[in-house]
Design a binder for this molecule. Structure first.
Ligand SMILES: C[S@@+](CC[C@H](N)C(=O)[O-])C[C@H]1O[C@@H](n2cnc3c(N)ncnc32)[C@H](O)[C@@H]1O
Length: 276
C-alpha cells in the first residue's frame, strides 16, 4: 500500500524499517501521527551505522516522546509515542526556473525536489532521442522529471512513467499535474516494467538506480537494462546515463543492442542503445 492514512488508520503498533533519508522518515512520522491510534507505539529499527540523532529530531516533530533502545548487535530501535497530528508537509515542491519546471516530491523519492546531475546530463539529449518516436517510457521515473520534460518538448509522444516505488509514483503524478501535463503522462507502479508489453515502446529513458537502500549494486541497473531491451520494439532506443566509472557499455550491448556513447564527461556518460 502507498504511504497514506489508510495504511496506519487506528494502528496501535507500527513497525518501521528506518529509511535512508530523513525526508522519508518525516513523511512516515507525519502519516502515523495523523492517522494511527492516540496510544500508538512506533518502533523504528535500523543499523546503528545508518542512524543519526537527526532521526530523533524528525520523530520528535510528530511525537511527544522519543527514546532510543541500547544497540543490540549492530542495530537499534527508536521508540516514539504520543502522536502530534499536524498538516502534511508532502508532497514538497520546488520551481526550477532554468527548466521552467516544478518538481514535486514525497519523502522517499529519489533526489527529492532537486534535479539529479545525472538526470540533468541526460536532459541535454532530449531533442535528439529516437526521432519519429510515438511512445516513450521513463523507466524508474522517480519524481518524473524526464517524463515531464519529454512530454513538454515532444508533443507527439505518448509518455509512460514507471517506478516500483509508491513514493515515486505519487511524486511523478504530482509533478506531471502541476506542470499541466497530467493528461499526457500515464504513471504506473511496476517492478522493472513488468506490466508493459514486449516490443511496445519506441523510446526508453533511464537514469538507473545505483543504490538499493544503502547498498551499491549494479544488478538493479542490469535488470532495468534488460527490461528496456524487452519493451523496446526492434529499432527503438534506450537512452541512459551513468557514472563514467561504471563501464556499462558491454552490458547495454548484450541486453539491449548496439550502444554508442553520445556524451561523456569525467562524471557521467550518456549512451544510446538501439534494440535488436
Ligand atoms: C536514479 S533514480 C532516477 C529517478 C528519475 N528518473 C530521475 O532521473 O530523477 C532511479 C529510480 O529507479 C527506481 N527503481 C529502482 N529499481 C526499480 C525497478 N526494479 N523497477 C522500477 N523502478 C525502479 C527507483 O525507485 C528510482 O526512482
Amino acid at each position: 500500500m502507498p504511504l497514506a492514512p489508510e495504511l496506519v488508520d487506528g494502528a496501535r503498533v507500527v513497525l518501521v524499517q528506518a529509511p535512508k533519508g530523513l525526508e522519508a522518515l518525516r513523511e512516515i512520522a507525519e502519516v502515523i501521527a495523523a492517522s494511527a491510534a492516540p496510544d500508538v507505539t512506533v518502533l523504528v529499527g535500523g543499523r546503528v551505522k545508518h542512524m543519526t540523532h537527526a532521526m530523533n529530531d524528525v520523530l520528535g516533530a510528530s511525537f511527544t516522546d522519543v527514546s532510543a533502545t541500547l544497540a543490540r548487535q549492530k542495530s537499534r530501535v527508536l521508540v516514539a509515542r504520543g502522536p502530534r497530528p499536524g498538516p502534511s508537509s508532502f508532497p514538497r515542491s520546488q520551481q526550477h526556473a532554468d527548466l521552467g519546471l516544478t518538481v514535486c516530491a514525497h519523502g522517499a523519492a529519489f533526489a527529492g525536489t532537486k534535479i539529479d546531475i545525472g538526470t540533468r546530463t541526460l536532459l541535454g539529449s532530449l531533442e535528439r532521442m529516437a526521432p519519429g518516436a510515438g511512445t516513450a517510457l521513463d523507466l524508474g521515473a522517480g519524481t518524473g522529471v524526464l517524463a515531464t520534460l519529454l512530454a513538454r518538448t515532444r508533443p507527439e509522444l505518448t509518455v509512460l512513467a514507471a517506478d516500483q516505488s509508491a513514493a515515486a509514483v505519487a511524486s511523478a503524478e504530482a509533478t506531471a499535474a502541476v506542470n499541466g501535463l497530467g493528461d499526457r503522462i500515464r504513471v504506473i507502479r511496476d517492478d522493472a516494467a513488468a506490466s508493459i508489453p514486449d516490443a511496445s515502446v519506441d523510446l526508453v529513458v533511464l537514469n538507473p538506480p545505483f543504490h538499493v537502500g544503502a547498498a551499491v549494486v549494479t544488478t538493479a541497473a542490469d535488470r532495468l537494462f534488460a527490461a528496456a531491451g524487452r519493451v523496446l520494439r526492434p529499432g527503438g532506443e534506450l537512452w541512459t546515463v551513468y557514472n563514467s566509472a561504471l563501464r556499462y557499455k558491454p552490458t547495454l550491448t548484450r541486453l539491449v543492442g548496439p550502444t554508442t556513447v553520445v556524451d561523456r564527461n569525467p562524471k557521467f556518460t550518456v549512451t544510446v542503445s538501439t534494440a535488436r
